[in-house]
Design a protein around this ligand. Structure first.
Ligand SMILES: [Zn+2]
Length: 211
């Protein structure tokens, strides 16, 4: 998957999850929170609801591309002789884990969400890349230390060719563009363009949190 597919589908999934969890949040009884309304003490998954309180869509945009931002320059340019491959360390489940676990800890203890957003975006990227089809990368290093290699000659041209001729390549891009247009229309429609640009939020949250 390429830029618009990753960015649009990840943002779209977050918007859908936000819409669903906001509805769930409305059904959470007052007894589910403590007497002081301190969200840090909310038990289990309820501490993450609603997503709009902590989601920064600007950061999510970067996170949705993070594995490629790290791996493509490294594996295809800087360390091309070593790897000759564009999906290496940042495309592994281990990468999502070593960002996700401290991300969860930071969120639960300090209510800071930036690392959790990076982990979420990276995990979504791996799923969109269907990394389970490359188990030696997805589960690295459980299946050995070496990454696959590929002939990178003409990879950019091949990518452009796939984008105009291969439905498996261009359909996700069209879906991603659809989600991005939907998000843009929503922001402009509610006249919150500057607000979204400044805060990374698409909606006004019920409470302010620190990122
Ligand atoms: Zn990728």
């Amino acid at each position: 998957m390429f830029v618009f597919g990753h960015a649009g589908i990840t943002i779209g999934m977050a918007m859908i999850a936000d819409a669903l969890t906001s509805r769930q949040r409305a059904n959470v009884t007052p007894a589910a929170t403590d007497n002081h309304g301190d969200r840090r003490s909310r038990a289990g998954w309820r501490g993450f609801l609603p997503i709009r309180e902590w989601m920064d869509y600007r950061l999510l945009l970067v996170a949705s591309l993070l594995p490629d931002i790290i791996d493509k320059p490294l594996g295809q340019a800087l360390l091309r002789d070593t790897f000759s491959y564009g999906r290496i360390h940042a495309h592994t489940f281990l990468f999502a884990l070593i960002t996700g676990i401290p991300g969860l800890w930071l969120f639960r203890t300090r209510r800071r969400s930036w690392l959790l957003i990076l982990a979420f975006g990276s995990l979504m990227h791996d799923l969109e890349d269907q990394m389970w089809r490359w188990p030696s990368v997805m589960w690295w290093p459980l299946k050995g230390w070496a990454f696959p290699r590929e002939d990178l000659n003409g990879w950019f041209g091949n990518m452009l060719q796939a984008l105009i001729s291969d439905p498996e390549a261009f359909v996700p891009e069209l879906i991603g563009i659809g989600f991005l247009v939907f998000a843009a229309v929503r922001v402009f429609h509610t006249r919150r363009f500057l607000y979204a640009l400044k805060t990374g939020r698409l909606d006004h949250p019920a409470a302010q949190v620190t990122r």
